[in-house]
Ligand binder design. Structure first.
Ligand SMILES: Nc1ncnc2c1ncn2[C@@H]1O[C@H](COP(=O)(O)OP(=O)(O)O)[C@@H](O)[C@H]1O
Ligand SMILES: [Mg+2]
Length: 360
């Protein structure tokens, strides 16, 4: 899929902007704080209704304004459509995002904050996996919301410090739901991880190339879903783990098994990349994980997602940069920002300066 044109009003440091990008690789360069990342963010808002770097809508309108809008045309083989998204402040002061989504619009966004997926806490990996699963299976969102509600109810009951005979019948209906919805969440995360694994096994070595430090011993990258409840993560196992954890849960006043405690193991040559990966390996893994999202999303949705790559090449060696560019060229429409012009890269070049954009 592609963005045909976009019009932005009062979005971050942009007052008004009309931009018709190329259908292939767009290289956006410009000095710091000119609006490169902000523009990628506006494109994500057009396509998905949300930013990839913040959940706070209030950050998006230009300072001193109460409304921002992003309007544009998106295209795929079957046809095109225009979308409009408005983020505004309601009478009661809360911010809202209004507009329609195209059910086939998808984005793969990368920024160096994604290093957190590899070297951060388990929460970062769960969010990554859920974010990916959401783009593959739209019903995942409802399951996550429901799971959070069930968890909150269950934790509330556990915090009442009730005696076991009183607590047990009250917990029972929530246990049942935690098991049903939890197993659903785990199943989708597992399938998402398996889809990523297939791509990652190809992409990581392709990016690392012959670099001995990056490639590691045998180039072998593996990601595996790790359920706190056990090997399979199915409903029965989850129910058993929950029963076994009852005493500890009563002591701690919180739910100790379920997908909110799970993790994604990321290994390079059978060693945990978080603990043992070099900084260079971790950086490359973060980029490879995002690029690994492209093909499974394409297969699930039937159109290639738009790639928003924020400063993706800056931390890489020249050799690895070339490999990354080759990988990216096989996608459809790509936006790649860079502090330098990247003159030797094939693509349409743009200069971003002071909340404006011009052909280079
Ligand atoms: N809501 C906002 N309103 C106006 N300016 C903003 C807003 N949010 C961020 N900015 C400004 O946008 C600029 C950063 O733009 P950014 O796209 O991150 O730059 P870069 O080109 O380095 O990627 C900064 O100068 C920042 O102060
Ligand atoms: Mg930036």
């Amino acid at each position: 899929m592609q963005i045909g044109w976009v019009e932005i009003e009062d979005f971050r440091n942009y007052r008004t902007l009309s931009y018709s990008p190329a259908p292939s690789l767009n290289v956006l360069s410009g000095a710091n704080a000119q609006g490169k990342t902000n523009l990628l963010e506006a494109l994500a808002v057009l396509l998905t209704g949300r930013s990839f770097r913040t959940t706070k809508l209030a950050e998006l309108p230009a300072w001193g304004t109460e409304t921002t809008s992003v309007h544009g045309e998106i295209r795929r083989t079957e046809g095109s459509r225009t979308l409009r998204r408005t983020i505004q402040r309601r009478q009661d002061g809360a911010w809202q995002s209004v507009g329609e989504d195209a059910e086939w619009a998808r984005v793969v966004a990368f920024g160096w904050q994604d290093l957190e997926i590899v070297n951060g806490a388990p929460q970062a990996r769960r969010n990554f996996l859920d974010g990916f699963a959401l783009r593959l299976y739209p019903t995942h969102r409802a399951a996550l919301v429901r799971y959070r509600q069930v968890l909150a109810r269950r934790n509330f009951l556990l915090q009442q410090r009730l005696a076991e005979p009183v607590l047990a019948p009250r917990l029972a209906p929530w246990d049942e739901q935690l098991v049903t919805v939890g197993a659903e969440v785990i199943d989708r995360r597992r399938r998402a991880a398996a889809a990523l694994q297939t791509e990652l096994a190809r992409i990581y070595p392709a990016l690392a190339g012959a670099d001995p430090e990056l490639a590691g011993g045998r180039h072998k990258v593996e990601i595996r879903y790790r359920a706190a409840s056990g090997e399979t993560g199915d409903g029965e196992e989850l129910a058993r783990a929950l029963a076994a954890a009852r005493r500890a849960e009563m002591r701690r006043g919180q739910t100790l098994v379920g997908p909110h405690r799970d993790d994604l193991a990321i290994e390079l040559d059978a060693r945990d990349a978080r603990a043992f990966g070099s900084r260079g390996q971790q950086r490359l893994l973060a980029l490879a994980l995002r690029l690994a999202e492209v093909l499974p999303i394409t297969d699930a949705v039937g159109t290639v997602p738009v790639l928003l790559l924020d400063d993706a090449l800056s931390e890489l060696d020249p050799e690895v940069r070339r490999h990354a560019l080759r990988e990216v060229e096989s996608a459809e429409q790509v936006f790649l920002t860079s502090p330098e012009p990247l003159a030797r890269v094939d693509g349409v070049h743009w200069i971003v300066a002071q909340g404006g954009i011009a052909a280079a």
